[in-house]
Design a binder for this molecule. Sequence first.
Ligand code: ATP
Ligand code: MG
Length: 467
Amino acid sequence: MTTNKKNRTTKNRTGKHTQKSKNSVSLLAPRKNDAVNLLKRELEEKITSLTKANRQLKREIFDLYTVFEISRNFNAVLNYEQLLDTFIFTSLAQVGASKASVYLAQKRQDEFYVVAKHKGSGEFPDQKLSFKAGTPLINYLTKLNRPVMTHDLMKELANDKEQKILDRFHPGLVVPLIYQSNLSGLLLITDKISEREFSKDDIEFLSILGNQISVAIENTRLYEAEKRAIEQLRSTQQQLVHSERLAALGEMSAKVAHEINNPLGIIKNYILLIRQTAQDNDEIINYSKILGEEIDRIARIVRELLDFHRPKGLEFQKVDVAKVLGDVLLLIERQLENKNIKLIKRFDPQCPQIEASPENLKQVFLNIIINASDVMNEGGKLDVSVGCDGESVLVKFCDTGPGIPPENIPRIFEPFFSTKEPSKGTGLGLSVCYGIVKRHNGIITYKNVDTGGCFEIKLPINNSSDE
Ligand SMILES: Nc1ncnc2c1ncn2[C@@H]1O[C@H](COP(=O)(O)OP(=O)(O)OP(=O)(O)O)[C@@H](O)[C@H]1O
Ligand SMILES: [Mg+2]
């Protein structure tokens, strides 16, 4: 019973309660719907803003990741060209643009910012147009140190030249590349593929990337300068070793030549005596003639050896190098023509006269031309030029022969180095040239070029000879 009562009570209580709730739902229903709708709207807005924030975050992560990857890459790249390529390509790809240029401070004098690279499609400014350091626009960009829209610069700041460059990137962005508060260059970028304006993210990304590249450019410049200095040092060392070796060789050859000269004179006298005593003996006369010729050959070699060590000096005088060379060419022109070798002469008439021995110079020019003619048996071209650079007169001989195998180049100025048959060459021609040029305080060099070989002789304009 109690249980039943209890049950009823519970029932009743429950029933009562249920009824009460029903009454309140019917009263509260419209308000609850409003609340749900409000909640729904708020939720939707939240989701939209979260999605937006998420997208933004993703872009930022992507940008940061790219910057991270790129700066790792920048640090690893020490090649200037490759570095600029990577920078400009990444900038275009990341912000979805299709045209950009990088202007960089010139390496030696930082007075102008000249174009270093263009990439993309469309018309680019004239190569000759550059930005000049110290203009209001350059000062403004240096101070601002962040990307700026072209239209903000074009209104008042840019001068005519700058305007012409900016025109080609308008509407677009100018990104200053700053290294240690100095402007090392500019990135100009335009033509978004989406045809939208550059966004805040684009600007942020290019700003960070700009800072990274400035450091990398500076590193590359330092690295390349160091590389050049090391190469210069190596080449100077090689030249030093080479000229010391040649000097030692010259000294030794001169001593030997000197020792040979005396007995040679005696032999020559005895040959004359034999010829006189032979009277009508044709055989002996013939033999002594051959002996005499061979002795003359030895005497010539000995003379050349002595010339290599210390060329016999004819007086030094004021000389027009082009005129001396012209005289030599007159002598040999016909011979070259017969061998089907085309002679090209390019003489700068403005070059000053120098203190030199014209006879010695003739010998040098002749040796080089004969060598060139020897290697162009099938015909070819000999380009001879005389120019000057304020410090030296430069004489160049470029032939279209086979060139010299790289392993032989360091040896060509050594006495007796020859690749010719013994009857055709003794290997003294170039060593004599070397000795003469050295006595003029000049330099003689050889290099292989695509078309053949080139000898260059540099003779100082203000020369005080060691005579
Ligand atoms: N224009 C050239 N092109 C290719 N090889 C050259 C040229 N000039 C010189 N050589 C090389 O350099 C070597 C040395 O030249 P060098 O003038 O000293 O001696 P040579 O011509 O062999 O003999 P010599 O001049 O005493 O008659 C030559 O044997 C040749 O191998
Ligand atoms: Mg020779």
